[in-house]
Design a protein around this ligand. Structure first.
Ligand code: FCB
Length: 447
């Protein structure tokens, strides 16, 4: 059995995690530059100043992608490279970099899928209130417009934001990621509302500024809810838990996705958050609910769910059981059916095709990485099951094409198909890269 004929096989990376060249050619500082330069914020005080030096080595990196056989590459553009202070005149050198990169990818037969915002907010905008400032909506819309004007003749696949729960949750509520704020839930819900409106504004700008038909989404993420057994009661409990929006944090998937697809916030969350809710107008919701073309989704791990005596969802105590394998980051509990349940639940509810915009495994390996191959084989079997059941999964982007700066974990944990020696910047394909190449070549028939 093969995957659907047009299934897209790709891999992903993000600007701050690979580019380096943090202060070259007019790039302005982002919140991640400032945060990672603050002692104690990142493992061993690593930062993205050099990272994989992709800014200078992009040609070599495209060659590697071609060697892996990628059909598509999910990248992000760095806002502070294009608008050093976040607004105003574009930086020509920054634009020229992405211009060349896009041409290089297309010449190599690799389709670029571009994310506008993968966490590197221009620091100057943070100083002006960042997401909490209503003007953010227009700042982001203008930025999207200038990217569309420059790259929209060639780029047809777009994502606005990467992982809103990390931006607002880890960045503004829990304080663990840049900008490191610990704000009350009410402020975060306001920031989230602005983020969603900015998404809508960007969708409008992309449709207006790109040539021809474009496909647009926003890359969401959540913890999957995996029914511990596959009877109707348990599945229903898992579904209910997955789309519940009552947890007093920024991790509720439906909180982010319902307004975009349905044009309204989930009623259970509105009730649960009560006085913490921002003021929401009908015009706001119209802006937020611009039509999107697919669901982009980053999927790594999940919780097992069972139904209690009343049919209510509860997490299975002890997770997946003692000794269940994990990546070197403890949150990455191996849950192979995560991709299947994510695709099934989300496409049922939102009635759009789904593309996995990230999924991958971290280790501290060199080039022999049997665990990553094992991870991939098990997880991809979840997509295989989904497509066999006619669940519309349209693509898969492995995280990541190469080892890179893993945010607060620095360079400690490696997610790449390609090994990077950070001392020499030498790249080497791992065993998993060759394995994945064969999956791509056979369009999944060997899974
Ligand atoms: C996701 C991020 C990505 C990478 C992976 C491991 O949350 O989007 O940049 O760090 O996790």
């Amino acid at each position: 059995m093969s995957f659907p004929k047009n299934f897209v096989w790709g891999a992903a990376a993000a600007a701050y995690q690979i580019e380096g060249a943090w202060n070259e050619d007019g790039r302005g500082p982002s919140i991640w530059d400032v945060f990672s330069h603050e002692p104690g914020k990142v493992f061993d005080n690593h930062n993205g100043d050099v990272a994989c030096d992709h800014y200078h080595r992009w040609r070599e990196d495209i060659d590697l992608m071609r060697e892996v056989g990628l059909q598509a590459y999910r990248m992000s553009v760095a806002w502070p490279r294009l608008q050093p202070t976040g607004t105003g005149k574009p930086n020509a050198k920054g634009l020229a970099f992405y211009d060349r990169l896009i041409d290089g990818l297309l010449d190599a037969g690799i389709t670029p899928w571009v994310t506008l915002f993968h966490w590197d907010l221009p620091y100057a905008l943070h100083q002006r209130g960042g997401f909490l400032n209503r003007d953010f909506v227009e700042w982001f819309g203008d930025y999207a417009g200038l990217v569309a004007a420059k790259l929209g003749d060639r780029v047809k696949h777009w994502m606005t934001f990467n992982e809103p729960p990390v931006i607002m949750g880890l960045g503004h509520h829990e304080g663990r990621f840049a900008p490191g704020l610990v704000l009350p839930l009410s402020d975060c819900l306001l920031g989230a509302h602005h983020l969603l409106m900015a998404h809508g504004r960007a969708v409008q700008a992309l449709r207006a500024g790109c040539r021809g038909r474009v496909k647009i989404s926003i890359a969401h993420t959540a913890r999957e809810r995996i029914p511990v057994q596959e009877d109707r009661r348990t599945i229903e409990a898992a579904r209910r838990d997955y789309f519940s929006s009552t947890a007093p944090n920024l991790w509720n998937l439906a909180w982010w996705a319902d307004p975009i697809v349905f044009g309204r916030y989930p009623a259970d969350g509105v009730q649960a958050f009560g006085r913490a809710m921002p003021k929401v107008t009908a015009a706001d919701l119209r802006l937020i609910s611009q039509k999107i073309d697919f669901l982009a989704y980053n999927c790594y791990t999940g919780w097992q769910i069972r139904a209690d005596a009343q049919g209510r969802p509860e997490r299975v105590p002890g997770g997946f059981g003692a000794g269940n394998p994990r990546g070197t980051l403890s949150w990455l509990e191996i849950a192979p059916s995560a991709l299947y349940w994510a695709a099934r639940f989300q496409t049922e509810r939102y009635r759009l095709p789904l593309v996995f915009s990230e999924n991958g495994f971290c280790n501290t390996d060199f080039v022999h990485d049997p665990q990553r191959i094992d991870f991939l084989a098990r997880y991809l079997a979840g997509i295989k099951r989904a497509v066999q059941e006619d669940i519309p999964v349209a693509g898969y982007f492995h995280w990541s094409i190469m080892d890179n700066f893993e945010w607060i974990e620095g360079y400690k944990d490696r997610f790449g198909l390609v090994h990077v020696d950070y001392q020499t910047q030498k790249r080497t394909l791992k065993d998993s890269a060759y394995w994945y190449r064969e999956v791509i070549r056979q369009n999944g028939a060997n899974l």
